[in-house]
Design a protein around this ligand. Structure first.
Ligand code: 13P
Length: 254
């Protein structure tokens, strides 16, 4: 059985102080069992959160990583540096990075390999734009992105990946995909993983949905056994809403 994974992607929100305020509101003595929880914070907040969350069941994630271990790459952060900080997960290929920072299928693949090499679990984002969806190209787009992300990765390692299906038109718009549609696309993605890395990897890999997930709708997605969790932006920024998301996952899987 795959353990559902709930990841909050804080994007470029929260100062160190705000981030610490957030985690102070989390129950540290008894974090919910049955759902893995990851907080993907801005780089600047990671050291403080790492210190606060050390020894707890909460996992820390970064939102980007460079593929080199070190080098003359002004402004970048390497997987070695993230690992040193106690980071476990890293979001790779988020559509905002593909759109604004020239992230390509090839660089996503390089970053996935670098993350795995250094013991970080990549959360690889795939998803179609509105124009692609309207043109009926969703399946083709997620197939291309998934295949490219997995290129050259041995099946044993591919198993560890998390994939987040995030239709671009559903991000931050309040307009989520229907759970049925998300489930269909996620099943397609799982078939692509089976083609690339074998059936065992496809059954092991966790595939989340992301895009306007809220406490009110998370249950509708998690009802589908193929949807292994959610990658949540806006609704993960307030501790009470975040904790409701956790409860939503648990209730759907009970
Ligand atoms: P929202 O949940 O704010 O739509 O953002 C989704 C997202 O991009 C998570 O990575």
């Amino acid at each position: 059985m795959r353990t559902p994974i709930l990841a909050g992607n804080w994007k470029m929100y929260k100062t160190i102080r705000e981030a610490v305020e957030f985690v102070k509101q989390l129950p540290t003595d008894n974090p919910a069992e049955g759902v893995e929880q990851v907080i993907c914070a801005p780089f600047t907040a990671l050291p403080a959160l790492s210190e606060r969350l050390r020894g707890s069941a909460y996992r820390l994630g970064a939102q980007n990583v460079h593929f080199a271990e070190e080098g003359a790459y002004t402004g970048e952060v390497s997987p070695v540096m993230l690992k040193e900080l106690g980071v476990s997960y890293v979001i790779v290929g988020h559509s905002e990075r593909r759109q604004y920072f020239n992230e390509t299928d090839e660089s996503v693949n390089q970053k996935v390999k670098a993350a795995l090499k250094h013991g970080l679990t990549p959360i690889v984002c795939v998803g179609e734009s509105l124009a692609e969806r309207d043109a009926g190209r969703t399946g083709e787009v997620v197939r291309r992105q998934t295949k490219a992300a997995l290129a050259g990765i041995p099946a044993e390692e591919a198993k560890q990946l998390v994939i987040a299906y995030e239709p671009i038109w559903a991000i931050g718009t309040g307009r989520s995909s229907s759970a049925e549609e998300a489930n269909q696309t996620i099943s397609q993605i799982r078939r692509v993983v089976a083609e690339c890395a074998g059936e065992a990897a496809a059954q092991a890999i966790r595939i989340q949905y992301g895009g306007s997930v809220k406490p009110e709708n998370i249950g509708s997605f998690l009802r589908f056994p193929d949807i292994d969790g959610a990658l949540v932006g806006g609704a993960s920024l307030k501790a009470d809403s975040y904790l409701q998301l956790v409860q939503g996952v648990l209730a759907a899987r009970r």
